[in-house]
Write a protein of this length. Structure first.
Length: 206
């Protein structure tokens, strides 16, 4: 987790001045949210899981963080006004969403012009992801998945089924472009997660 936090902070520093508002979309228990708040960004964490948000809230300490629950039925409509944030972080979230393009569009709506999306997704160039590819295909079969659920690997089988958007970075970039966000060229494969860095250059978006 410390590695992830450092990666997001290093990506934020040259792009988004401290003091600007940052949304951590799908913040989970809020580790990244808290780290960013402690470095001076005005931070909001949001998630569909009330359990995760309760944990995040309970660990806020003296930091000023806005925690917002997202209604699972309304995930395509974020409860924030247009252009509110200088950055939206989505750490290991986009691969779980049923409608990632609509989610990207909504992220674009809440970003200010000049703001950035910083998102990590599985990096298919990494050997771990290559091995996951055929396993994910196997557990997509409900019978195989049911069989795995009877074994100690049930958590892994569930993860593979849930993190369903295993897309090439080129496709993520095309999707970002299609909603008006301009991605930076992909860097080399660093680990099993790739970071998408995309800027909102104008408003209104297509
Ligand atoms: C793998 S966890 C990542 C948590 C955190 N971002 C991190 O890196 O530690 C994915 C998170 O996304 C949340 N999530 C899934 N779908 C969501 C949605 N539509 N809107 C907001 N959060 C969502 C889940 O509840 C979960 O907390």
């Amino acid at each position: 987790m410390q590695g992830r936090i450092d990666r997001f902070c290093s990506a934020l520093v040259p792009r988004v001045p401290t003091g600007q508002r940052v949304l951590d979309l799908g913040c989970g228990s809020g580790q990244i949210t808290r780290a960013i708040a402690s470095k001076g960004w005005r931070t909001t964490g949001c998630d569909i899981s009330t359990q995760m948000l309760d944990k995040a809230r309970s660990e806020t300490g003296a930091l000023e963080i806005e925690w917002v629950g997202i209604d699972p039925a309304e995930t395509l409509s974020l409860p924030f006004e247009d252009c509110r944030f200088g950055a939206v972080i989505a750490s290991s979230v986009l691969e779980y969403l049923d409608h990632p393009r609509q989610a990207l569009r909504e992220i674009g709506r809440v970003l200010a012009v000049g703001g950035y999306l910083l998102a990590t997704v599985p990096d298919l160039r990494h050997p771990v992801r290559a091995a996951e590819g055929w396993r994910a295909k196997a557990v997509a079969n409900p019978v195989i998945h049911a069989a795995f659920r009877l074994t100690p690997w049930r958590g892994y089988a569930d993860y593979l089924r849930l993190s369903m958007n295993r897309l090439d970075l080129k496709l993520w970039h095309e999707m970002a472009r299609s909603v008006g966000l301009e991605p930076e060229p992909a860097g080399p494969c660093e680990d099993s997660l790739a970071m998408i860095l995309a800027r909102k250059n104008r408003d209104p978006l297509p």
